[in-house]
Design a protein around this ligand. Structure first.
Ligand code: SF4
Length: 155
């Protein structure tokens, strides 16, 4: 229902506070899933072939490719160092669009989970409705692309 959606007409303040909280995985809930665009961007950045990048930094769960989880990092993203993203300019779409994911824009989810756990919400610059809608569209396209490219074997 429309009433359940977060009202973004006046924009929402958001600025990353480098808490690192959104860069910690809670198993499949927190995986950083990768689209083909993300994979290509990373392979170029690391100067690795796609195959080598996948082998070194990725895992597959239920056919979906995501950044690898390392037990010793206790859920922290492999690219998180001192609560900062070490690949920030090349981070995946899933990270770029946070916290404006379509799944987050339900008022209950936003008020009880997202805005409570993300200290960047309500701080910093005002993100306009236009920009939020652009991020929501990017999130939707990213999700579609990931679903379309579901794979099984690690190539
Ligand atoms: S890639 Fe960067 S922004 Fe994304 S989860 Fe990892 S550390 Fe966080």
């Amino acid at each position: 229902m429309q009433d359940d959606l977060v009202n973004v007409k006046s924009g929402i303040r958001f600025e990353c506070q480098a808490s690192g909280k959104c860069c910690v995985s809670r198993n499949s809930y927190g995986f950083v899933y990768l689209s083909n665009i993300d994979l290509k961007r990373f392979s170029k950045y690391f100067k690795l072939s796609l195959k080598a990048f996948k082998k070194k930094y990725c895992q597959i769960t239920d056919g979906f490719i995501h950044l690898a989880e390392r037990e010793e990092l206790k859920g922290n993203c492999i690219f998180l160092k001192d609560k900062m993203c070490t690949v920030y300019k090349n981070r995946p779409s899933q990270c770029r669009t946070w916290p404006f994911w379509n799944d987050n824009m339900n008022t209950k989810v936003w008020n009880k989970d997202i805005s409570v756990n993300c200290p960047g919400i309500g701080k910093g610059k005002l993100i306009s409705q236009k920009k939020i809608n652009k991020l929501l569209k990017e999130d939707l396209d990213n999700e579609k692309s990931i679903l379309k490219n579901r794979i099984t074997p690690l190539k």
